[in-house]
Ligand binder design. Sequence first.
Ligand SMILES: [Zn+2]
Length: 260
Amino acid sequence: MRHSTFVFVFIAALCLLTPMVRAASAPDTDVQRITDLIAANHILADQGVLDGFGHVSVRSVKNPKHFFMSRSLAPALVTPADIMEFDENSAPLDLKGREIASERFIHGEIYRVRPDVQTVVHSHSPAVLPFTITDTPFKPVIHTAYFLGYDPVPVFDIRNVEGADNKMLVNTAPTAAALAKVLGNHSVALMRGHGMVVTADTVPWVTFRSIYTQQNAQILLEALKLGKVNYLNQYEVNRADRVERHWDAWKLEAAARGLK
Ligand SMILES: [Zn+2]
């Protein structure tokens, strides 16, 4: 190889590798987590996982008992000024007269018992709802939903905690603690007649899991109309994906539709 060609190839390789190195070494700070949290709100609204309701949160690096979440607002509209900090009892540190989500306890009680969980999504995704109200098990059928695990995704029924006369909302700490117990070590739990909770260790990952949980539900619903379903087996659920390319593409798609 001629010297000039070698230099060109070396510089080209450096240009390609630099963004990867930078992404891998990006410091994990509260500022970065909040930036990702805002992007996740917009992506999940854009992808139809979150409607006007539903929320995303992320644990604080500085104080791991606390978490950040938007004030009560449609996820598509969330800006940095809307992000609030909540303590270990899901109480806001600085309310400033703002309205807050009544179901914020879902996040606080999952963080309390799952130190591995850094971020939580609560969604009313319509695609998963049929699996919350029937005895048809919700299991992964596509390779991108492997994180659902081999066993059926657990279903939380608020009647088991609050009885027949309940408001269908997980808006107290004891009910949220019962939901966290049903979640156990799973990445996702369904909620009867209501929706789901999705957990992960980074915001891009919880976004990935939320989108592919919804997609798995859509595909499984179609497959059940055709006949016997072939689910992933116990080996096929043990895999891993890279999230970066999805995350960057979803951000661009959301931004192209005016969500920044
Ligand atoms: Zn809800």
